[in-house]
Write a protein that binds this ligand. Structure first.
Ligand SMILES: [Zn+2]
Length: 301
């Protein structure tokens, strides 16, 4: 079983909440499947952390993805965290991938890797409206880009610290809750204090200390309420069924055209290297099933 866990917390008498996450096994499993340059692997690991921290902080039921698209050698990097309503007892699940086109120098900065990049955060709740926010990647680190995103999009002061060691990754986030006028000046002071304490956490401490020690180290003089820790699992959600649905979505004409030229339709999952092959018989069975009238609709009886 994994030790990768997310730990949410709140301050008793301040409008500030936070999340801590370690992701060692999950990051290792994901990176072992691919052969990314070290700085790309490190960015991808941090993006997995960010997707989880934001999901947890929003108490989201659904999917949240963080992606960066750019014009540099790193074309696209994406991480997704999902926690679906029908399996709330289950761990958070993450997946991620990067698409490199060209040479990324081993010590390239974020801006050199993604050149003219955009950071896109997409929230897809199980119920309710899909939301997407975009900011330029114009800061030196991913953490600063995320803070800038929150400042621009929601004006919510946010502190986020990320670390990736090659063996794993960790992250720590604090966010001020929306304010009412009545409590604003006290909240300003609370935020200044908590933010100043959080800023004393070193990268080495974040990389190596478990959540309870991080919280004790920073906030032993404050009243902090911690929630139940929640496991996080690196797991792709591709399946033969989902690939089949994609083939049905192409429609019979397009499927015929492809199968005139090749023996089978092959779908490779770029997240986990999953490989799905549908030969002519498979494809026609899918299309026929889809074309059959449904008899399950009770309104017809
Ligand atoms: Zn997959």
């Amino acid at each position: 079983m994994t030790n990768d866990t997310m730990q949410g917390f709140m301050f008793d008498d301040m409008d500030i909440r936070g999340v801590h996450l370690r992701l060692d096994q999950g990051v290792k499993t994901l990176l072992d499947q691919q052969d990314y340059p070290p700085c790309v692997a490190s960015l991808l690991a941090e993006m997995l952390i960010v997707a989880c921290l934001l999901s947890a902080n929003l108490k989201l039921r659904g999917r949240l993805s963080v992606q960066i698209r750019g014009a540099g050698p790193l074309k696209w990097v994406m991480a997704e965290c999902r926690q679906l309503s029908d399996d709330l007892e289950q761990p958070f699940r993450v997946k991620g991938m990067a698409q490199v086109d060209g040479t990324v120098s081993p010590d390239a900065s974020l801006i050199e890797m993604v050149a003219d990049g955009r950071l896109i955060i997409t929230i897809e709740p199980d119920q309710g409206q899909r939301y997407q926010g975009i900011v330029m990647v114009d800061q030196a680190t991913l953490a600063e880009c995320i803070e800038s995103y929150f400042y621009q999009s929601e004006q919510l002061p946010t502190h986020i610290q990320l670390v990736s060691t090659g063996e794993g990754a960790a992250g720590f986030m604090l966010q001020r809750l929306p304010q009412t006028e009545a409590n604003e000046s006290q909240s300003d002071l609370d935020w200044e204090l908590v933010h100043a304490l959080a800023a004393t956490l070193s990268q080495h401490e974040l990389a190596h200390l478990p959540a309870d020690q991080v919280l004790h180290r920073l906030f032993h003089e404050q009243q902090v309420k911690v929630f139940s820790p929640k496991p996080v699992l690196q797991q792709c959600d591709c399946s033969r069924e989902r690939c089949g649905a994609a083939i049905i979505g192409l429609g019979k004409t397009a499927v015929d055209e492809i199968l005139d030229e090749q023996e089978a339709i092959i779908i490779d999952c770029h997240f986990c290297n999953g490989h799905y092959a549908f030969d002519k018989v498979d494809c026609y069975v899918l299309l026929e099933q889809d074309a059959m009238p449904t008899t399950a609709d009770p309104a017809l009886h």
